[in-house]
Structures are given as C-alpha cells and as structure tokens.
Design a protein around this ligand. Structure first.
Ligand code: XMP
Length: 526
C-alpha cells in the first residue's frame, strides 16, 4: 500500500482518497506508529500529511528519521514537509509571514518530477505559519511562494519529495497531478486500484475468509449493506442468507426494490419479514420522538433476532443439538457494511474480532455468537458505489440518498398510523420524482418530506373549502450530515412539487419549505 501518515489534521483521509483516485491503494496510519511497523508493511510509498502543530513546538508529533531514510519513496505535505525537512537536516523557521488560503506558486519545469507536466505558475492552497528556509542537502528547491522561499523540494536519487501546500484540496489547481506524478514517476507505482480489480480482490478475500461456512446479512436497502451483501453473494453464493425487515416505514417502491430488483440483479437468497402490522401496533399512541425511535429500534431488533434464529435453525438441518455432521455449520458469520472512515475513526484496528453480535446489530441474543465479515472496511463511500456498480447492484440502490433507519416514522409529526404513512409515502414519492426529473439527486444530500399530521389549515380547492394537512420540504446540502445548509432549489421545481402534491394527495392542502440550516435545526424533524 501507499501509507498515509496522519499527523493529526483532517487531511489524511482526503489524501488517502486522492491517492485512490489516482488508482493506487492507500492506507492511513497514525503518526504514533513506530517506523519499524510502517516499514514492515512494505509500503510502495509513504505520504506524510499536514497537521496542526509547529514542528519545533513542545510535544509536536515526531517523525522518526528512519521513515525518510529507509529507501521508500516519501512525499511530505505541509507539516509533513516541514517534519521531513527537519529530519533530513534542513531548516524550519517561523518567518512571520503566515499564508492561509490561496497563494501563487512558481514551480520548476522538467526535470522536476512533481511538476513535470504543469505550467510554471499555479494556484495552490496553503495553511502554514512556519516555513522551510533551507532545503536538506541533496534536495533541489522546485517551488516558491511569497511566504515560503522553499515551497517544494525533491531528490530523485533518494526519491524524496515535499510540498508546503496541500495538493489534496481541489483549490490547488494541479494538486492531483502533483500526487499522480509522485506516485507514478517518483515512486514508480503502476496504478491498478480500479473498481473492477478491487471487486475481484474483495470477492477473493471474502471467499477465503468464509470458506464453506454459512453467513447471514441484514439488508436495509441502503448502499452499504446492499453492496456488502452483493460482494459476499458473489464470493460464496447460496451460503449467504439475507434478511430484510419490512417495518412498513419505508418509502414507495423501496421494499420492491430490494425484494425484486436486488434479488434479480444479484441472485441472493432473501428472507423478507413482513413486520408492518407489528410496528404499527407498537407505535400506536406514541408521539414523542425519542419514544418512537426507541420503539422502532426495539422492535427491529426483536424481528431481526427471530429471523436470524430461524435461519440458524433451518441450516442446522433441524437437528436441534450440536451433533451436526462434520463439515456442516450453523450460521457462523454476520456481514456488516462497515466503511473505511469508521475503521480509521475507531483507531484503525485490524478488526474481525469474534464479538458478541448484540454490540453490532444492537441486540442479538447472547447465544447467537457471530464473527464479522466486513468486506467494505477498506473502502470509502464513493468506492463502495463503484464496486456496487461493478457487481451489478441496481443504480437506484447504488445512488440512494441517506434514509434514516426509523424511516417515515420520524417524518410524521404526531402518531404514526397506516393512513398517515400512506399520505406521506405518496407526497414523498412525488417530491422524489420531481427532484430526480430535475437532475438534482446528486446535488442535494437528501430531501425529507415531513407530514405535520396534527396540524390542519384551511384551503380552497375547486369550489370547496378544505381542511387538510401541511407537508414540509426539507432539502439539504451537506458533506457529512454533521452540518448542513438548506438547498436553494429552483422555484420552478418547488412549484411543480407543490402543485402535484396538493393535487394528487387529497389530504394535503399546503406545501411549505424549511429554510433552516444545521445547526440550529437537525436534518430530520424528529
Ligand atoms: P439529523 O436529523 O441528526 O440527521 O441531522 C443526520 C443524518 O442522519 C440520518 N438519520 C438517521 N440514520 N438512523 C439512521 O440510520 C437514525 O436513527 C437516523 N436519524 C437520522 C438523517 O437522515 C441524516 O442523513
């Protein structure tokens, strides 16, 4: 792999993604990892990320000299560039000239490796107070900016490279080329991390991990669990059983998408549990948002638990004891759609520990111990989508926007009933249809439609007075759902949604728009 050493800023994940966009496999490691361990991974190259500290500040994240002298190609970025300069005997100083944001760099043409194919003036994105004032011996200075006399250096002999700016951010116009040049020309890596290869490799790994065991997967209809299931299906075929719980809080067409489209495309063995009535019963009279979430979560676990037990029983051949013939297994593995950012954020451990399943699915019984299969744990979301397409997962699932587990249940303000669900489902379908027709699906993060079920307002339709319910459109733009802004949807799209919803859904006589960012509002209303 290409190792990205994380010096504590948010940039490491971005760098790792950019490296993969250059078709090279990358992994993030903490700067606290001993050099010996990094080198033991036999990295094709090492990239030192930016970080918030000053290299000579007390307690600044240290860089072991061995990392840059082991003969592995290295690219230092920002803090990593300075740490590298210092480790190689260069000088880093506080120049008094801080550079934050856009800057103009003058770069060297050929024979520079990093800048070989680029104009000698380029816009770069900077964020530093310290600067390298003298390059290490043997390193040629290949760029400068007004605030950084040594803004880049390289030593082709030792394959050591560094830039003061952030090539991984899009504001650095030629940033991706700089990274690509480092990887292919500097480090001599042949780019081969393509979605086709990745899918093949992962399928192979899963096959090896599972062997002839049985495996179970909870499908939600979302991207991650669907792609994970498709991968495992490709690897071990009908050793996999998927369980899909229809809790009746899904949107129009969603259950069908999983039950027919997904099964047709992947051939998975699917158990559908129709729990619609059970959820309605459990939700009767519940109006408090937290209470609803608890009820839905609890019921979900109970239903899934029962389905999992049934699957286990079915594959124990009805023996009911532990005398199953050799070579025959009850269900040993549980598939989880864990992604790389979760792995990195939880410390990047090697995982696959034999855990008690209730820690993961949120409440499977103690006696059902599973080992986890997490085929997506090395992938970023965009890669999961590419792999999904590669495996033939339907586009409607691959490009699905986030949808909360509790579903429409937390988009009905008031008690959840079958009638109200039907009303909201219709209005939601119309809004989604119009947003899709307007080509806005990838632009917006999601657009909840919320039914104010306990509110009524007076309207007029035809010659008559109406006394119906309002719905709220909540279109948001976001990077990660932690913060969000309301999306400025074109008026004509809003007009079409409003007119169609009020015409086609009898009970709704008013459409309103939520223009609150997050914070202070959350994305969902409950
Ligand atoms: P909020 O409302 O907290 O939502 O701003 C942030 C994002 O998370 C989704 N969401 C959920 N997803 N289970 C989920 O799987 C949940 O209980 C849940 N609640 C909110 C929401 O749709 C948005 O994308």
């Amino acid at each position: 792999p290409v190792l990205v050493v994380d010096f504590g800023a948010q940039y490491a994940q971005l760098i790792a993604r950019r490296v993969r966009e250059a078709d090279c496999y990358s992994e993030i490691v903490p700067h606290t990892m001993p050099a010996e361990q990094m080198l033991a991974r036999d990295p094709a190259a090492i990239i030192l990320s930016g970080g918030p500290a000053s290299v000579y500040a007390e307690g600044a994240p240290a860089l072991e000299t061995a990392v840059v002298t082991a003969g592995v190609p290295v690219l230092g970025i920002c803090y990593g560039f300075q740490a590298m300069a210092q480790a190689l005997g260069g000088t880093v100083e506080r120049t008094g000239r801080r550079e934050y944001g856009q800057s103009d760099a003058t770069v060297a043409g050929p024979p520079s490796t990093l800048f070989a194919d680029q104009p000698d003036q380029q816009v770069v994105w900077m964020s530093h107070g310290d600067a390298v004032t003298a390059a290490p011996q043997g390193c040629a200075v290949t760029a400068r900016t007004s605030g950084a006399p040594v803004a880049a250096f390289e030593d082709d002999e030792r394959r050591l490279y560094g830039v003061q700016w952030h090539p991984e951010v899009l504001h650095s116009t030629y940033g991706q080329q700089v990274l690509r040049n480092f990887l292919t020309r500097g480090a001599g890596i042949t780019p081969s991390w393509t979605s086709g290869n990745v899918a093949d490799q992962l399928v192979e790994q899963v096959r090896e991990q599972i062997g002839s065991d049985r495996v179970i997967c909870g499908l939600s209809g979302g991207v991650d669990s669907s792609v994970a299931a498709a991968l495992v299906q490709r690897a071990v075929g009908d050793q996999l059983t998927c369980v899909f719980v229809d809790h009746g809080l899904l949107r129009e067409g969603e259950a069908e998408q999983v039950e027919t489209d997904f099964v047709a495309a992947t051939g998975v063995d699917l158990v559908v549990v129709d729990a619609r009535q059970r959820f309605l019963d459990a939700l009767a009279g519940v109006t408090d948002p937290e209470a609803k979430r608890k009820v839905i979560g609890r019921e979900f676990i109970r239903v899934f638990e029962q389905a999992a037990r049934d699957v286990v029983r079915a594959h124990q051949g009805g023996a009911g004891d532990t005398d199953a013939p050799e070579g025959e297994h009850p269900v040993r593995w549980l598939v989880q759609g864990t992604l790389y950012p979760d792995v990195v954020e939880s410390g990047g451990g090697t995982g696959a520990a034999n855990i008690k399943s209730h820690h993961n699915v949120g409440g499977l019984p103690e006696d059902l111990q599973f080992s986890l299969v997490e085929p997506l744990r090395t992938l970023f979301k965009d890669e999961v989508r590419q792999v999904g397409l590669e495996l033939g997962v339907p586009e409607g699932i691959v490009w699905r926007q986030p949808f909360p587990g509790p579903g429409l249940g937390i988009r009905i303000i008031g008690e959840v009933t079958a009638d109200r669900l039907a009303i909201l489902r219709r209005a939601d379908a119309i809004a989604r249809e119009e947003l899709t027709a307007a080509g806005l699906d990838r632009e917006i993060w999601q657009c909840p439609v919320v039914l104010l079920a306990d509110v009524r307002s007076v309207g007029v339709q035809g010659d008559g007075r109406t006394y119906g319910h309002p719905v709220v459109l909540r279109p948001v733009s976001s990077e990660d759902a932690m913060t969000a802004d309301w999306t400025r949807l074109p008026y004509d799209v809003l007009a079409r949604i409003s007119s169609r919803v009020t015409n086609e859904v009898e009970e709704i006589n008013r459409v309103t728009l939520d223009v609150t960012s997050k914070p202070p509002g959350t994305i969902e209303w409950e």
